[in-house]
Design a protein around this ligand. Structure first.
Ligand code: 13P
Length: 248
């Protein structure tokens, strides 16, 4: 069985004081054990050491991005090696905000995923279609192309979690219905079975992101192919605890 995974993507939010408060709330929460749910929070780079050193030991941290290759003369970038050096186990790559605003292509994201995995990081790789693409009927083509760029470059999937995040559901309050999420997760798993392997399809966690909250998480998480969540806005609030509990 695939272990439920709940990620909190804090995006570009927070002051040191706010971060300390969130960590305190998480540290005091009663949640299901590590055998039942894997919890990973992703603060902005500058807060990673603070969160890493103060967060409870059964929760883990993720960076929100990293550079596509070895560090060097790349002003403003943070390398995978640096994250490994700080014992940061996870990194989010290919988030739609970076794909759209920073023009990260499928190939560039695929290269990043392969490089980060090779350095020993675990990767939350994000895919998802825009509203235009959904309305044009090309959801699965878009998601398959994004996944293919990763599959072309990666052979060991054991440290990969795929986050399906429809762009129209991110930060909009327009959550995908449980049936809409299940449909894409199911098709994505079939794509993996056909193009990677039956084993990778059966074992890779596919989590959903886009306006997940304390109210809608239970039904979404109950879908057969929804193995958890990547939570944005609600991960900054005590409500995140309720979302973690949806694992039960
Ligand atoms: P929201 O939960 O704020 O919609 O954001 C989802 C997201 O982008 C997580 O990576």
């Amino acid at each position: 069985a695939r272990k439920f995974f709940v990620g909190g993507n804090w995006k570009c939010n927070g002051t040191a004081e706010e971060v300390k408060k969130i960590v305190n709330t998480l540290n005091e929460a009663q949640v299901p054990s590590q055998d039942v749910v894997e919890v990973v929070v992703s603060p902005p780079y500058v807060f990673l050491p603070l969160v890493k050193s103060t967060l409870r030991s059964d929760f883990f941290v993720a960076a929100q991005n990293c550079w596509v290759k070895k560090g060097g003369a790349f002003t403003g970038e943070v390398s995978a090696e640096m994250l490994v050096n700080l014992d940061i186990p996870w990194v989010i790559l290919g988030h739609s905000e970076r794909r759209a605003i920073l023009n990260e292509s499928n190939e560039f994201v695929g290269d990043k995923v392969a490089y980060a995995l090779a350095q020993g990081l675990k990767v939350i790789a994000c895919v998802g279609e825009t509203l235009e693409e959904r309305e044009a009927g090309s959801t699965m083509d878009v998601v398959a192309a994004q996944t293919k760029a990763i599959a072309d470059r990666v052979s060991n999937w054991s440290n990969v979690v795929i986050a399906y995040e429809p762009v129209w559901a991110i930060g909009t309050g327009k959550v995908a219905s449980p049936a809409q999420a299940q449909e894409v997760h199911d098709e994505l798993r079939k794509w993996l079975a056909k193009n990677v392997s039956a084993d990778v399809a059966a074992t890779t966690r596919i989590i959903y992101g886009g306006s997940v909250n304390g109210g809608n998480c239970k039904e979404l998480g109950g879908q057969a192919d929804v193995d958890g969540f990547l939570v944005g806005g609600a991960s900054l609030k005590p409500e995140f605890i309720d979302i973690i509990k949806a694992a039960e």
